[in-house]
Write a protein that binds this ligand. Structure first.
Ligand code: HEC
Ligand code: HEC
Ligand code: HEC
Ligand code: HEC
Ligand code: HEC
Ligand code: HEC
Length: 182
């Protein structure tokens, strides 16, 4: 194919999405970060919204290039200035990138423990008190199930025990029920 035909084909794909969307487009895509893991973006959820519709050029390629490696890694500060997700997530067209961190980044987490039953970790409550970098990536790898620890290790200051020591927060050797539903 000549370059001109390539361009025309791509343009056609971009203006006629309603016919073909859903059959070949990937719903979920993931944006990777170095510090806080990956962020999920859903094509379908966004394109079901009236303000966006099945309209690829709303985002491609001005806000995001479909050749994903052409997209630089944006910081939250750049998003607050309107880049990347911040093009819409500015508190007017959609909830702001300066708030609601866990809507995009991972909500509450469950530690699956065979011995002690599942333990709920309220991400939201902690994010209201701490920056992401207090925990990620050093204390916890930002990936569910990648951070196993015993209570003994916690009592020695690892995992939850880094803060739940009876002074920064209630201690792991005390209030079992605060973390374990018993
Ligand atoms: C609301 C914004 C938005 C709309 C509308 C949108 N996309 Fe995307 N698209 C994204 C984002 C965000 C990514 C991921 C970018 C990244 O990973 O850097 C992406 C990635 C892609 C990719 C690359 C996927 C991959 O894994 O390599 C393709 C192909 C794509 N979109 C096609 C389309 C088509 C076709 C349409 C219209 C039917 C469309 N997109 C509509 C935001 C959008
Ligand atoms: C609309 C979705 C969205 C919201 C809301 C959001 N983020 Fe992000 N965040 C992203 C995406 C997407 C990336 C990855 C961007 C990239 O790699 O280009 C990211 C990257 C990051 C990073 C790594 C880059 C950097 O800036 O250091 C941190 C840390 C972060 N977010 C923290 C937060 C915090 C804290 C909040 C709430 C105040 C928040 N985010 C709200 C989507 C969001
Ligand atoms: C073209 C505008 C646009 C862009 C770009 C955009 N969003 Fe959104 N997004 C919206 C709108 C509009 C809503 C729904 C309104 C609201 O909830 O405030 C929404 C809702 C969401 C929701 C909640 C969905 C749900 O299930 O309720 C998430 C999560 C989200 N966006 C993530 C992202 C991430 C991550 C990015 C960047 C990679 C992004 N969005 C880029 C317009 C956009
Ligand atoms: C008080 C500590 C703490 C803070 C602060 C914190 N996290 Fe987490 N995060 C965790 C723990 C614990 C897990 C679960 C790890 C596991 O399951 O092994 C986790 C998991 C994650 C995951 C993986 C989710 C999954 O489903 O795989 C992501 C992504 C993440 N955090 C992002 C963030 C972002 C972004 C921020 C800041 C807005 C943040 N975290 C703030 C403790 C924290
Ligand atoms: C700050 C929250 C927290 C408190 C408080 C806490 N735990 Fe845990 N506990 C956890 C988490 C999270 C896990 C799962 C760890 C994993 O799977 O990696 C766990 C795992 C366990 C396990 C299985 C691992 C092991 O060490 O054998 C037992 C048993 C346990 N807890 C008992 C207790 C008892 C008894 C108490 C009170 C004296 C207590 N826990 C207090 C968070 C807590
Ligand atoms: C960076 C410090 C830090 C880490 C790490 C941390 N916590 Fe917390 N956590 C706190 C503080 C501070 C509070 C609030 C003070 C208090 O209640 O004593 C809190 C409160 C809680 C609460 C009560 C929340 C509420 O809504 O009242 C639970 C449950 C909890 N943490 C579980 C955990 C578990 C499980 C882990 C490990 C996976 C963990 N925390 C790791 C600092 C931390």
């Amino acid at each position: 194919m000549t370059r001109r035909w390539m361009i025309l084909t791509v343009l056609l794909m971009l203006v006629l999405p309603s016919v073909i969307y859903g059959r070949w487009i990937k719903d979920k895509v993931y944006l990777e970060t170095d510090s806080v893991g990956k962020v999920e973006f859903s094509h379908y959820t966004h394109m079901e919204m009236e303000s966006i519709g099945k309209n690829c050029p709303t985002c491609h390629n001005d806000v995001f290039h479909i050749v994903t490696k052409k997209n630089p890694a944006f910081t939250m500060a750049q998003m607050e200035e309107g880049k990347s997700c911040g093009f819409c997530h500015n508190g007017e067209e959609a909830f702001s990138v300066a708030e609601d961190c866990t809507t995009c980044h991972a909500g509450d987490i469950v530690f699956v423990s065979e011995d002690a039953g599942n333990v709920n970790f309220p991400h939201d409550a902690h994010i209201a008190m701490f920056g992401c970098d207090e925990c990620h990536p050093d204390l916890f790898k930002p990936e569910q199930g990648e951070n196993q620890a015993t209570m003994e290790e916690m009592e020695n200051g690892e995992s939850c025990g880094a803060c739940h020591d009876g002074s920064t927060a209630f201690g792991v050797a005390e209030d079992c029920e605060s973390c374990h539903a018993m």
